[in-house]
Design a protein around this ligand. Sequence first.
Ligand code: HEM
Length: 147
Amino acid sequence: AKDKEMIRDSWERLGKNKLTHGTIMFTRLFELDPELLGLFHYNTPYSSPQECLSSPEFVDHINKVMLVVDAAVTHLDNLHSLEEYLVNLGRKHQAVGVQTQSFAAVGESLLYMLERSLGPAYTSTLRHAWLTLYSVVVEAMSSGWTK
Ligand code: HEM
């Protein structure tokens, strides 16, 4: 219960404009795994992370990711209700060539963003709470992968 409160508080603390934070997260992701850039090719492949991060289609994807995180935070008490949606979302990511192993770097990028954005409010207890939530989301998405 304490964990959920911490997560809600910290998410609210990021403010209304989640795009800024999502951009920090994806900038970090491309540092950790530059090859992921190649999976975002809406029309033509991007030649640099900067080009990708400033394209409208990619900005849309950042917003989509932040909305899913927002939904998870909102449904902390009944994450189960998101399961079907997340499994289906996983299926879509398999279809665009994402590999489940990449979710580790995504998780690291999420934590990096929280650390940067929250400053001293980012504690090891908070980090742990977010890791737990993130692993539930990844678990559900990953079950959408089929061989
Ligand atoms: C859709 C790539 C991680 C949420 C997509 C699409 C691509 C993509 C190429 C289709 C085009 C688009 O809608 O922009 C990736 C890659 C990821 C990643 C390479 C990291 C390795 C995530 C994560 C979330 C997420 C972590 C949320 C937790 C979404 C949503 C859509 C989407 C909501 C739209 C699905 C729909 O059309 O119904 N992603 N994604 N993505 N992604 Fe991701």
